[in-house]
Design a protein around this ligand. Structure first.
Ligand code: AMP
Length: 228
């Protein structure tokens, strides 16, 4: 459990973005953070994977992009996100994981929030060296039941093959965590998402988080940033 003191961050920080390359631990850090703050974890990747699994119309449109580690077109992604952020559970805030991923998406997010009379409170950029990212992604397994991520080398579930959070015995490797797709995803991040760092730096909401240590060390760095 991330040691975020809700009283320290509840009032000031409610609309958060977790940014970072694939494998940097955004999803891992988001779960406990949202549990503590009582706000939803909104992951575009998880939304798209669920749509693909359900075989619905969005899933059919996005499958090819996910399979090749490419970004889903903005008109689909932004429309999905606008719909998601209008749901009542986001009224008190949210932690975004995997969105925005391009300048166009960042501008669209600002517009969505402005329509609601809000703005982002903080963007946490989790930084991890590339060689470490590749090792982490290859060892990542995700729970089918609740989406919790495990690293089979560094942070496996306490009972082998069983999710600590929901008890499901169905842990799987994401198709896009296979070696051939990992390189494409890192390249897309570098090209499309790095420019966001400057964008948010100019807005004065960016925090650099060292994500190269353990899960707890990264959680601690996030806690310190939010309490600052
Ligand atoms: P993630 O779980 O965040 O690594 O996302 C998995 C995949 O979903 C990405 O490789 C993209 O194909 C797609 N995706 C997730 N978020 C976005 C986004 N904000 N914009 C476009 N595509 C996205």
């Amino acid at each position: 459990m991330v040691g975020v003191n809700p009283e320290a961050v509840e009032v000031v920080v409610r609309r958060l973005v977790l940014m970072g390359p694939p494998g940097s631990g955004k999803g891992t850090q988001a779960g406990p953070l949202t549990d503590t703050l009582g706000i939803p974890h909104v992951s575009t990747g998880a939304m798209f994977r669920e749509a693909v699994e359900n075989g619905d119309s969005i899933g059919r449109k996005v499958k090819e992009y996910l399979d090749h580690g490419q970004l889903v077109p903005d008109e689909i992604t932004v429309a999905e996100m606008r719909r998601r952020l209008q749901r009542p559970d986001c009224a008190q805030g949210f932690v975004l994981d995997g969105f925005p991923r391009s300048l166009e998406q960042a501008r669209a997010l600002d517009a969505i929030l402005a329509d609601q009379g809000h703005q982002l409170d903080a963007v946490l950029h989790i930084e991890v060296p590339p060689e470490q990212l590749i090792r982490r992604m290859a060892a990542r397994r995700v729970c089918h039941g609740c989406g919790t991520s495990y690293n089979m080398c560094f942070a496996p579930p306490s009972t082998p093959g069983v999710c600590d959070r929901c008890g499901s015995a169905d842990l799987y490797q994401r198709d896009d965590d296979k070696e051939e797709t990992i390189a494409a995803r890192l390249e897309v991040y570098e090209r499309e998402t790095q420019p966001l760092i400057e964008y948010y730096e100019r807005q004065g909401v960016l925090y650099h988080i060292d994500g190269s240590g353990s899960i707890d060390e990264t959680a601690d760095a996030i806690r310190q940033a939010l309490a600052a």
